[in-house]
Ligand binder design. Structure first.
Ligand code: GRF
Length: 211
C-alpha cells in the first residue's frame, strides 16, 4: 500500500474480545503505514482481553458495559460522549459485539470489518466462528472480509472494500477464520482506514466512491 503523508486522523477503537484487529492497527500505525492516532480504546466488557494491547501502547481505555444502561440509546450516547471527550473524529469497530445507535454527528464516521463477503453470512447472530461455520456448511468456494460503514442495523451500511480468500477442501471454521483474518482482514482494514485518512472515501446513497 502506497500512502500519501497526511495529518493523523484521531480515532477510537471499539473492542469486545481478543483485540487481534486492534493489535494489527497499532502495529501499522507504529510502522508508519497508517496515518491514524488511536485516542481511546473502548471495550464493551471487563473480560475483553484485547485491552492489553492498548495498555502496552499507552492508549487510554474505557470500559462501557451495556448492562449498566437501561436502553441501547443511553448506552450508545455514553460511548459517543467518550469519543467526543477524547477528540475522536472517526470510530473503528474491531470485533465489537454491541449494536450502537449512531448520532448525527457520527453519521458515516463509524466503520466495521466483518469476516465474510457481505451480504453473505452477515446480520444478527453472525459473528466469530458462526460466520465461517455457515460459509463452510453452505459450500461456498470463496470467502473474505468486508469493511463497511456502520448504520443502525447489523452489517448493513455502505461497503468500502472487500478482500477475497479461497475456501479449501479440508477447511475447518478455525482454518478459514485464520485465513480470512490474516490474508484479508489484516490488509483490508488498514487500507480502508488509510483511504479515509487521506479523505478519498465518499458516501453517495448506499454506495462508496473511492478517488
Ligand atoms: C474478526 O473476525 C472481525 O472480522 C470481527 O471480529 C473479529 C476479530 O476480533 N469484526 P478480535 O479483533 O480478535 O477481537
Amino acid at each position: 500500500m502506497n500512502k500519501k503523508p497526511t495529518n493523523k486522523l484521531p480515532i477510537a477503537v471499539l473492542i469486545s474480545g481478543t483485540g487481534r484487529t486492534l493489535k494489527n492497527l497499532i502495529e501499522k500505525i507504529e510502522a508508519d503505514q497508517l496515518d491514524c492516532e488511536i485516542k481511546i480504546v473502548i471495550a464493551s466488557s471487563k473480560q475483553a482481553s484485547g485491552t492489553q494491547f492498548a495498555e502496552m501502547a499507552n492508549i487510554p481505555i474505557q470500559i462501557i458495559e451495556r448492562s449498566q444502561y437501561e436502553t441501547s440509546e443511553g448506552f450508545s450516547e455514553s460511548v459517543f460522549q467518550e469519543c467526543k471527550i477524547a477528540g475522536v473524529q472517526f470510530v473503528v469497530m474491531a470485533g465489537y459485539l454491541q449494536l450502537l445507535h449512531i448520532p448525527d454527528a457520527f453519521k458515516n464516521k463509524v466503520i466495521n470489518i466483518h469476516p465474510s463477503l457481505i451480504p453473505a453470512f452477515c446480520g444478527k447472530g453472525f459473528y466469530g466462528q458462526h460466520v465461517h461455520e455457515s460459509a463452510l456448511n453452505y459450500g461456498v468456494k470463496i470467502s473474505g472480509c468486508t469493511v463497511h460503514f456502520v448504520n443502525n442495523e447489523y452489517d448493513n451500511g455502505p461497503v468500502i472494500l472487500q478482500k477475497v480468500v479461497p475456501v479449501l477442501e479440508n477447511d475447518t471454521p478455525q482454518t478459514l477464520n485464520d485465513r480470512v483474518f490474516y490474508d484479508a482482514e489484516c490488509l483490508a482494514y488498514p487500507e480502508a482506514l488509510q483511504l479515509i485518512a487521506e479523505k478519498r472515501v465518499k458516501v453517495v446513497g448506499r454506495k462508496v466512491h473511492i478517488s
